[in-house]
Design a protein around this ligand. Sequence first.
Ligand code: IPD
Ligand code: CA
Ligand code: CA
Length: 257
Amino acid sequence: MTKERMIIEIKEWLKEAAGYIQVSLTNQLTVSQKSGRTDLVTNIDEETQAFFIKKINKHYPDDRILAEEKEFNTIDSLSGRVWIIDPIDGTMNFVMEQENFCIMLAVFEEGIGQLGFIYDVMRDELYWGGKDFGVFLNDQKMSTPKNLSLSEGLLGMNAYMYGENIYSAKEIGRASMGIRISGCAGVELIAMLKGNHIGYISNLSPWDYAAGLVLLEEFGFKYSNIKGTKLSFSKREYFLAATPKAYEDIQKRLSFE
Ligand code: IPD
Ligand code: CA
Ligand code: CA
């Protein structure tokens, strides 16, 4: 199976899943709480994940899967080929706004990101690409965003981190042109790919960042755990991604006391 063929196939799956999600919004959703009142999952998150798992098991039976819901949410290592899936990123937006949510899917091989897909379902905008392929919005190749500094751009941030001033988040926000909070990691990563935001600081799980990293990497963005070390792909952790200039600016302003 060539990478090109895989891309065609994954795009077909994403379109099918997106069509299903859109139709589902005309029906009653079943919404449940996970860890608390503001941590939601719907029947559509679970059904969308099950749809991708069925496709992968059928077409790539030897591959492994790391996905947000249920028993798929841990993996012992990234050896071999691993699919990393967030069936609906921004579930709170999905429930409350019926927009500003994404499907995110990544393919990693031996720990290296090969393909990444972030699909803004309601805008029908598929951001995708991969190692040595570049980054595309639907069929259009995107150009590399400018390497702006922190003071020159908008910064996406997690609401809790900003509100609680975690790691001096407020000071970092003040040094930027302003902070933006969308409630969806996919929307934030898209804003970086478009050159609208210079960075994103949040607290994320592997399925929140895997697809984005493949695309950010193509454009030369820097990313890491907030402490500057490698992302673990095994737990939720504080996350920083930014243009090379803004990454350095943010690192200098972070405070870990
Ligand atoms: C969440 C969103 C949110 C981010 C959280 C994620 P979910 O994903 O991306 O923006 O701040 O950390 O968990 O749970 O809606 O898939
Ligand atoms: Ca999710
Ligand atoms: Ca998510």
